[in-house]
Design a protein around this ligand. Sequence first.
Ligand SMILES: NC(=O)c1ccc[n+]([C@@H]2O[C@H](COP(=O)([O-])OP(=O)(O)OC[C@H]3O[C@@H](n4cnc5c(N)ncnc54)[C@H](O)[C@@H]3O)[C@@H](O)[C@H]2O)c1
Length: 348
Amino acid sequence: MKRLLVTGSSGLIGSEVVRHFHELGWSIHGIDNNQRAVFFGPAGDTRWNQRRLQDTLPHFTHHELDVRDRDGVMNLVAELRPAAVVHTAAQPSHDRAAAIPFDDFDTNAVGTLNFLEAMRRVAPESPFVHMSTNKVYGDAPNEIGLLELETRWDYRDGDFKEGIPETFRIDYSKHSLFGASKVAADIMVQEYGRYFSMPTCCLRGGCLTGPAHSGVELHGFLSYLVKCNIDGAPYTVYGYKGKQVRDNIHAHDVARFIELFVAKPRCGETYNLGGGRDNSCSILEAFDRVESLTGKRMEWSYVDRNREGDHICYYSDLRKAKTHFPDWSLERSLDDIFTEIVDGWRQR
Ligand SMILES: NC(=O)c1ccc[n+]([C@@H]2O[C@H](COP(=O)([O-])OP(=O)(O)OC[C@H]3O[C@@H](n4cnc5c(N)ncnc54)[C@H](O)[C@@H]3O)[C@@H](O)[C@H]2O)c1
């Protein structure tokens, strides 16, 4: 059996990747220490997801390890010599990072370096997939001319009608400390690919989502929005008239892309991986969608102050991902995503 190492295995993307590769017949080793509950409190707890993996997947082994523990990472990687690594563990919140800059950087930047170097020493030929983020572009996408439509912003500039490409500049903009620590990791992953010829890639996520997200106000936009609707809890919209646009991709479609990259890797690549224009929606549009599914009105209020460095309109240009991997396309539509998240919260 081929051995896969997944960091952040109890989280949204990590757990989806675990299940996906398990079904493909791999043996999976997951690393997670429920740090999400430390970052976001009890609502961020991911133990439920860890237990679900352990209870249902016979070839899954959980390792309680902090990705910042360099010796622990070196020893485990040397023992396992994985045939591939999918690195999803992170401090994932833009807004949370300012309050915990050391935890954020040590987890996102240093944690990533720990795994890159550990892999270079024992299995440099194994594919290494890193979950990066569209926040590496900072708020530079906000400089693109915009059209204000009734319920959303959109790009006025025809050059971006397919979305933001990987060649978009990553500096001279405001990133948040989170975006900056993810840039450090992203560049390091590319460098291990270019300098050491290791098969690495960065997946610069848009809004990654699905029913397995433990959504909280500071991270997991759709999951949290749906949860508020179901619980009748108040939701706060920060700035941009609620017309800010996010592109949403189901964790299943992320896992499928990772499968294809692992099967046919390249060195030091970057891919923008979101829902693209077809799976994009504004917050106002998301309210309409969830209300029509649950029949419950959204309780929301508006604060006329946007989040620091927040994107006004962002959707990913998926053409590079589709050109390099022609067998990949989105299997889950925005309708599917909403329906699954609503069902997921109802069950939980
Ligand atoms: N969800 C999104 O919308 C989104 C968007 C763009 C990029 N990303 C990136 O994708 C990756 C996965 O995101 P997600 O939504 O699955 O996040 P998540 O928070 O659901 O999962 C991350 C997991 O990593 C674990 N973790 C965090 N710090 C750790 C540490 N120090 N040691 C061990 N485990 C640790 C957490 O406990 C959690 O279970 C992250 O790198 C994130 O930055 C996510």
